[in-house]
Design a protein around this ligand. Structure first.
Ligand SMILES: NC(=O)c1ccc[n+]([C@@H]2O[C@H](COP(=O)([O-])OP(=O)(O)OC[C@H]3O[C@@H](n4cnc5c(N)ncnc54)[C@H](O)[C@@H]3O)[C@@H](O)[C@H]2O)c1
Length: 324
């Protein structure tokens, strides 16, 4: 019997891109999402409508990870063996400092609820969406999966590190093949509206001031969403007993350079206000992607200039559709 992909967070940014790819490959996907209002739920409904339009291979179960009943309903909708790709989470570093309990309930308790229901059924494998934020204060660049002295700097990062450890427990105690993928700042069409690139694009486009935390020299390894989807689909196709694997773009771009690229791609100059760096923010991120290349033939193919053009094109088209 063909393996179904159970995809939590299917209505979200990365989840909806992944679902599109999987459906394109002829796979059956059962999505799960609670359409919370972390950002406009209408965006998530649009994402799901696009998936549902692709036919019967996609099914959505609406529910909350924190509810045992909802998670049971999810697995009742699945026939035969399945791989769980767990992307549903409260994301975002800064909001996690305001409401750490919510992050704990969804990202940690919710993950246990999901895995406890899954392990009682035909659970063939697990792929967990982790984050570069687990590297926290580490100053050893590029960040390597070999580095085991991790200092998460936010409640969000701590929940992601715990999520990896929970995956290890289900591997050891229940024999579930598990891969934890550490995503490095993902961007592209449909990026979450509160993420820096999307937020800046909106403000630059409407002539509003953008706020830069620090002096613009902090750097990020930005990863185009199609490259992340390549990595996730490879992790599904090549199950590992237990691995933690970075998925990054493999290059660093400073905050000032990111803004300059956006200005170029949008054809508008930004009005910039500099404020002191934010508590919980990392100074630099850079992925060592040699392990992903070795295990999954991972080879990110979107340099930032090209990726940001694709993002800007989507952003401007969407804006035109809204206004027009
Ligand atoms: N976007 C990035 O740069 C990035 C970087 C590192 C890690 N990640 C991780 O990747 C995953 C996907 O991120 P994204 O950017 O697509 O975020 P997203 O917010 O667009 O997607 C997450 C989805 O999970 C759903 N969800 C949240 N809480 C839920 C709950 N209690 N029950 C059911 N569904 C729930 C949301 O409604 C949303 O649709 C997350 O786990 C995030 O932590 C993202």
């Amino acid at each position: 019997m063909e393996t179904t992909i159970v995809l939590t967070g299917a209505a979200g940014f990365i989840g909806s891109h992944l679902a599109e790819r999987l459906l394109g490959e002829g796979r059956r996907v059962v999505g799960f999402d609670n359409f919370n209002d972390f950002y406009d739920p209408a965006i998530k409904r649009d994402n799901v409508a696009r998936l549902e339009a692709r036919g019967a291979d996609f099914r959505l179960v609406e529910g909350d990870l924190r509810s045992t009943d909802d998670v049971e309903r999810l697995f009742e909708a699945v026939d035969g063996p399945f791989v769980v790709v767990h992307l549903a989470a409260m994301a975002g570093v800064r909001p996690s400092l305001e409401d750490p309990m919510l992050y704990q309930m969804v990202n940690v308790t919710g993950t246990y609820t999901l895995l406890e229901a899954a392990r009682r059924r035909d659970f063939a494998g697990y792929v967990f969406g982790s984050s570069s934020s687990v590297y926290g204060g580490s100053s050893r660049l590029p960040f390597s999966e070999e580095d085991d002295t991790l200092d998460p700097l936010s409640p969000y990062a701590a929940t992601k590190l715990l999520g990896e450890q929970i995956a290890f427990v289900y591997h050891v105690c229940h024999g579930i093949p598990a891969t934890c993928l550490r995503f490095f700042t993902v961007y592209g069409p449909r990026q979450r509206p509160e993420m820096a690139i999307h937020q800046f694009a909106r403000k630059i486009h409407t002539g509003e001031e953008i706020t830069l935390f620090g002096d613009g020299t902090t750097t990020r390894d930005y990863t185009f969403v199609d490259d992340i989807v390549d990595g996730i689909t490879a992790a599904i196709a090549r199950p590992q007993p237990f691995e933690i694997v970075n998925l990054g773009g493999g290059n660093r771009v400073s905050l000032a350079e990111m803004v300059a690229h956006l200005e170029r791609a949008l054809g508008t100059k930004a009005k910039i206000k500099n404020v002191p760096a934010h508590l919980g923010d990392m100074q630099h991120t850079l992925a060592d992607v040699t392990k992903a290349a070795r295990l999954f033939d991972y080879a990110p193919s979107h340099p930032f200039e090209r990726g940001i053009d694709a993002f800007a094109q989507w952003f401007l088209a969407q804006d035109e559709a809204r206004v027009g």
